[in-house]
Design a protein around this ligand. Structure first.
Ligand SMILES: [Zn+2]
Ligand SMILES: [Zn+2]
Length: 364
């Protein structure tokens, strides 16, 4: 089972980026065909391995574009959905909310992108635009939000139909698979980093896809990164140091000096009091995951001194625009392990086991 291709996801040259703007006609796409099918990996019921299937290819509805998926990142959230830790997914479901694809058809009123354009599709697939959150620039908290690869079929498939208003243009510097992790690991990481405000000494708990991007951004901004991993995970600690962390250790280690903020990416509630112990007065602990095991009770002393514990939920389109402009400037380089679509279960297994260096990406 050696289908993992480790790639330092390098920046592509401008000629390649330009080539992507030229309209493509894929042999497997024919707009005249009314009953075309596509390959997809389906979640029929939670906790049962994804099933490879031929399913009807979606048609772009009003405001939607149909994209041929080129790459799709595999996120920790996909495992939470798989494990039924997030309630009421669409079923059967195509997981995947870090989609890089090429527009092959546009629905009525979806004029934002033209055929042949490359787009990125994130977790936020739709928001109502009317609720008190949407009206106050907090669409990430929309009461009726719908999420890609959860309420809407995602990118573990050859095609996806998505609302064009929530898709992004992608910086041309990144190859498709290299760009995929930007769309959740990068975006949520960026929002978490903003929530850490101007912290100079920044702790990152869990050094996976998001942390490996945030570490580079943080360093670019002149912060110092302290990386916490599972005890004994020297590979992850070395990886963190390679990406510019000034210190790396186990999650229950004390860093050499107090921190100004910490971001917890691992879905482990016991890290909250541990992180509070490492932050100085006035420091913030940001919980960046969508799900976390129970947080154990802890003495008030850990919170005293105006320490703050907060979560970061989802993303706004503004987050995406800001981050995607910043990433190539830093520059953020994503490190990926790629899998063919049919090996999505293996990719999820590797992620669960903590065996992925950087981000896992399906290449379609
Ligand atoms: Zn809303
Ligand atoms: Zn995600």
């Amino acid at each position: 089972m050696h289908h993992v291709i480790v790639a330092h996801a390098l920046l592509t040259n401008p000629a390649t980026a330009l080539a992507r703007l030229v309209p493509v006609s894929r042999a497997r796409y024919n707009s005249q065909q009314q009953f075309s099918t596509m390959r997809a990996m389906l979640l029929d019921v939670p906790r049962r391995p994804l099933r490879a299937a031929d399913v009807p290819r979606p048609e772009p509805g009003p405001g939607q574009v149909l994209i041929a998926v080129n790459a799709c990142g595999v996120c920790r959230t996909d495992l939470h959905i798989f494990d039924a830790e997030l309630a009421n997914p669409k079923l059967p479901l195509v997981l995947g909310h870090e989609i890089v694809g090429t527009v092959v058809a546009t629905g009525p009123g979806a004029g934002r992108f033209a055929r042949g354009e490359r787009v990125g599709v994130p977790w936020l697939g739709w928001s109502c635009g009317e609720c008190r959150y949407c009206r106050t620039a907090r669409e990430n908290l929309c009461d009726r939000a719908r999420f890609t690869g959860y309420h809407i079929d995602g990118g573990y498939a050859e095609y996806a139909a998505v609302d064009a208003r929530f898709a992004f243009q992608l910086p041309g510097e990144y190859a498709d698979a290299a760009a995929a992790p930007l769309l959740c690991a990068g975006l949520i990481g960026y929002r978490s980093l903003v929530a850490a405000s101007d912290a100079e000494r920044l702790g990152l708990y869990g050094f996976g896809a998001a942390a490996h991007i945030v570490a580079q951004l943080a360093r670019h901004q002149g912060r110092r990164v302290f990386a916490f991993t599972r005890a004994g995970d020297t590979d992850a600690q070395r990886f963190a140091l390679e990406l510019g962390a000034v210190w790396a250790g186990a999650s229950d280690d004390r860093p050499p000096e107090p921190l100004d903020a910490a971001i917890i990416f691992a879905p482990v509630g016991s890290l909250v009091p541990m992180a509070l112990r490492t932050v100085a007065k006035g420091g913030t602990v940001v919980c960046a995951g969508i799900h976390m095991s129970e947080i154990p009770a802890f003495p008030y002393d850990l919170l005293w001194g105006e320490r703050v514990v907060r979560s970061v939920a989802n993303l706004t389109r503004k987050d995406g625009e800001e981050f995607l402009a910043l990433a190539p400037k830093a520059p953020v380089r994503t490190e990926i392990e790629s899998y063919p679509l049919e090996h999505a279960n293996e990719a999820l297994g590797a992620l669960r086991a903590g065996r992925v260096r950087g981000a896992a990406v399906l290449k379609i």
